[in-house]
Design a protein around this ligand. Sequence first.
Ligand SMILES: [Zn+2]
Ligand SMILES: [Zn+2]
Length: 140
Amino acid sequence: MTIISGRCLCGVVRYEISGPLGSADHCHCSMCRRQHGAAFSTYVDVRPEDFRWSDGKSQVKVYEVDSGAGWCFCRVCGSSLAGSENGEITSVTLGTLHGEVDIKPACHIFVGSKASWYPITDDLPQHNERAGAGKQQWQD
Ligand SMILES: [Zn+2]
Ligand SMILES: [Zn+2]
């Protein structure tokens, strides 16, 4: 199994994924928009047991909301690196992965919260909430 890696903008924080990547989607929820300062965020699911901070873990800050959802970012440069659920890493941001990764986002989620100034112009399915939550299919 090849190790997939990623890092933040400043390079202080690095991570590795030692298993398969799950599905990826573009999240238009208002929390992701604010956290990323962008029209939407793009995350790919990972299994918590496959993920590890390989460098700079002490510089990772987690902003967690009441639901248990967390946004993990570098304290130094602010890069959004990963998503967590109740303290476990369950996804990483596609934009911080290193090199070529064979994955394509499958859909747009939380489009009900979409920024009015951003038109979705691709043909991917659009969901008002999270699609297929808890039904992740893992292929080893
Ligand atoms: Zn950084
Ligand atoms: Zn979101």
